[in-house]
Design a protein around this ligand. Structure first.
Ligand code: ZN
Length: 201
């Protein structure tokens, strides 16, 4: 029996970059011509430049405290009566797409014999090094879930009320995630820890 190409053992350097699962389809549901355009820009190496032209700078909301203040300010502007948030934090364990661009949990906990709803907003850490518009988009998304649980028409209307450019921003963010997944370097700042690539001092 002939050994097929797929059965050949892969060299080690290749194994180290292999993924155990196929990556998520970041642009599922978008019109084909838009998806094709993003794939072309990634293939010819120009998506990063295009994103940097459109979004040149990173935001400065880099700590959980700063994120909490940022979310509270936006909530105060648009959803003053939506209930208190008990926690706002960046979360390195969130997977952006499979967990719906962040999470929006209403945790029920028993406290003194009573069930108490606890609202938390966690934002995937990839958003810590993004332009202000991407952070605004994800916070709008999570705030909208305080009122609307599902991703339905009422939900997206609320998103657009808070951010009229919501759909464009979510699409551009998804294009960026696809670019990162294809191996592109982060555009708005390298990770602060976990990499040791500089010259020894
Ligand atoms: Zn959602």
């Amino acid at each position: 029996m002939a050994a097929g190409r797929a059965r050949m053992p892969a060299p080690l350097f290749f194994l180290s970059s292999m993924r155990p699962k196929p990556p998520p389809n970041y642009l599922a549901g978008y019109p084909a011509h838009l998806v094709d355009a993003v794939h072309r820009l990634i293939a010819d190496g120009s998506l990063g430049k295009a994103l940097l032209q459109k979004y040149p700078a990173a935001h400065a909301v880099r700590t959980d405290k700063a994120l909490y203040d940022y979310v509270q300010a936006m909530k105060g502007e648009y959803l003053r009566n939506a209930g208190q948030l008990s926690k706002v934090a960046y979360d390195s364990k969130l997977r952006v797409i499979s967990q719906a661009l962040g999470t929006h949990t209403a945790i029920s906990r028993v406290q003194g014999g009573k069930l108490k709803a606890k609202r938390e907003i966690r934002v995937a850490t990839v958003f810590r090094e993004t332009p202000p518009d991407f952070l605004r988009m994800i916070v709008v998304h999570e705030l909208a879930h305080l009122r609307e649980r599902e991703h339905d028409k009422a939900f997206y209307q609320l998103c657009q009320h808070m951010a009229p450019d919501y759909f464009q921003l979510e699409f551009d963010l998804r294009a960026y995630l696809l670019y990162l997944d294809a191996g592109g370097p982060p555009l708005w700042g390298p990770p602060e820890i976990g990499l040791d690539v500089g010259p020894a001092d």
